[in-house]
Write a protein that binds this ligand. Structure first.
Ligand code: HEC
Length: 199
């Protein structure tokens, strides 16, 4: 019966189309979005758009302690408006990052055209995501509330000495974690909550 057959064909076509739509890749959701931004991203945001070259140059050429950087960032809020939107944790994260990484070893030839996300050295978030998930999920790291000594102690354990981070990078990662770890478990995405350790 041709009528039935064509109705079947139509049904089959609709089913395939529906399946294809279902199988189409959903927009990527970044499961690590909950891990707070580090100094690289915060600084790249502060440098985005039309910002005064003298402030950019002063920052990438500056050498200060973290406490001094906090004051410096406050003083530049009008010139670099993204700095106004930093909360206390972000301001300290950025100040610690600047104390570690400035003056920039390889400043870009033309700061106005620099792709800051790529030019700037890794921050604590980058290091945690790149180096702290090989043996256990990031949750083991990012939910802990610890002192700097305790963080450095963990990284110095036999289970962690082989990780390819220099002492300076370990120090910078510890600074990031003191301020940004201790994330309550209910803010960690379900899929990262349990059963992720392979050690
Ligand atoms: C080479 C494998 C490996 C990598 C990579 C790794 N860990 Fe671990 N981690 C372990 C093992 C094994 C344990 C459990 C045994 C122990 O605590 O030594 C552990 C446990 C921990 C714990 C809980 C116990 C403790 O000692 O405090 C923390 C916190 C931790 N890791 C932090 C980190 C951080 C930060 C990084 C990234 C710098 C990292 N881990 C990367 C192997 C690893």
């Amino acid at each position: 019966m041709p009528a039935t057959r064509s109705r079947f064909a139509l049904f089959a076509f609709a089913a395939i189309a529906a399946l294809a739509a279902f199988a189409a890749p959903a927009p990527e959701k970044d499961v690590f979005e909950f891990v707070p931004e580090g100094g690289r991203t915060l600084l790249a945001k502060a440098f985005a758009g039309r910002v005064p070259a003298e402030d950019v140059r002063a920052i990438i050429g500056g050498k200060h302690t973290s406490v001094e950087w906090i004051a410096d960032l406050r003083a530049r809020e009008n010139a670099l408006p993204a700095l106004k939107r930093l909360d206390d944790k972000q301001r300290r994260t950025l100040a610690d990052y600047l104390a570690t990484n400035m003056p920039l070893a390889k400043p870009p030839a033309d700061p106005a055209k620099a792709d800051w996300d790529k030019v700037l050295p890794l921050d604590g978030r980058d290091m945690a995501l790149n180096y702290c998930q090989g043996c256990h999920i990031i949750t083991v790291v990012i939910t802990q509330d610890r002192s700097k000594t305790a963080w450095l102690g963990t990284m110095g354990k036999p289970s962690h000495v082989q990780i390819k981070l220099t002492p300076a990078q370990r120090d910078a990662l510890a600074n990031y974690l003191i301020v940004n770890a201790a994330i309550p478990i209910d803010q960690v995405p379900e899929e990262l909550r349990a059963g992720g350790a392979t050690y």
